[in-house]
Unconditional design. Structure first.
Length: 222
């Protein structure tokens, strides 16, 4: 039996571009036959400063985690809701999906968005995180030094962007990078367009990270 997981999921509660409430998104993925979803709402300094409510860092994290926590209410024995993030630094518009984070990570590391990618890669290794560049070959993305990422989202299912998935796959293969697939779920039309198949079920982002690092998975590409 294969277990299918969404790795790129935004909620309307937190992501400014998200159009589907967490409850509705989770129920739709259950009906689509998935075994779980990684909630990857946008996380960037500009959002923390201007969109995420609250004066203190803890206030802002409470706001950020609202999408995940709302989705978590609809978790079942057969469907896992896991905590992730789509991280953006200050120097360009690149986005990075992070595997392995938990709530304490967010509360205990203020303004890690102000790091560079190179600095964050070293920071990620110390904190047992895996860095996957999302849709790296869309228009306006900046080419990333492969030494500072662990992997690439080689299939992004979002229909409103040309993610040049074929080029992303070739780049990942050239540099022996981890390959992932995700729907980049923002709207109902994005449902179930990507994900990864695992041999065993997982319940947390840390377990998902471990499964991806093992290499024992396959990609859903429509």
């Amino acid at each position: 039996m294969k277990y299918l997981y969404e790795t790129h999921f935004h909620t309307a509660e937190v992501s400014p571009c998200g159009q589907v409430r967490a409850k509705d998104g989770i129920e739709a993925y259950k009906n689509a036959g998935y075994s779980g979803a990684l909630i990857t709402d946008h996380f960037a300094s500009s959002y923390l400063e201007n969109k995420y409510k609250g004066e203190t860092w803890r206030d802002k994290i409470d706001y950020y985690l609202n999408g995940y926590r709302t989705a978590k209410k609809y978790e079942t024995e057969d469907f896992s809701v896991m905590l992730g993030l789509e991280l953006r630094f200050n120097d360009n518009g690149n986005d990075y999906l992070i595997l392995g984070a938990d709530e304490d990570f967010f509360y205990n590391n203020e303004w890690f968005t102000n790091l560079t990618l190179k600095q964050f890669k070293a920071f990620a290794e110390k904190n047992s995180l895996t860095v996957i560049q999302a849709h790296p070959f869309r228009v306006n993305m900046t080419l990333t030094d492969p030494r500072y990422i662990d992997g690439i989202e080689v299939f992004n299912g979002n229909k409103r962007h040309n993610s040049s998935n074929d080029i992303a796959a070739l780049w990942a293969e050239k540099y022996s990078l981890i390959m992932t697939s995700g729907s980049d779920f923002h709207e109902t039309e994005d449902l179930a367009r990507g994900g990864i198949y695992l041999e065993q079920p997982v319940k947390t982002s840390k377990e998902l990270r471990k499964a991806v690092l093992s290499g024992k998975y396959s990609l859903k590409t429509l």
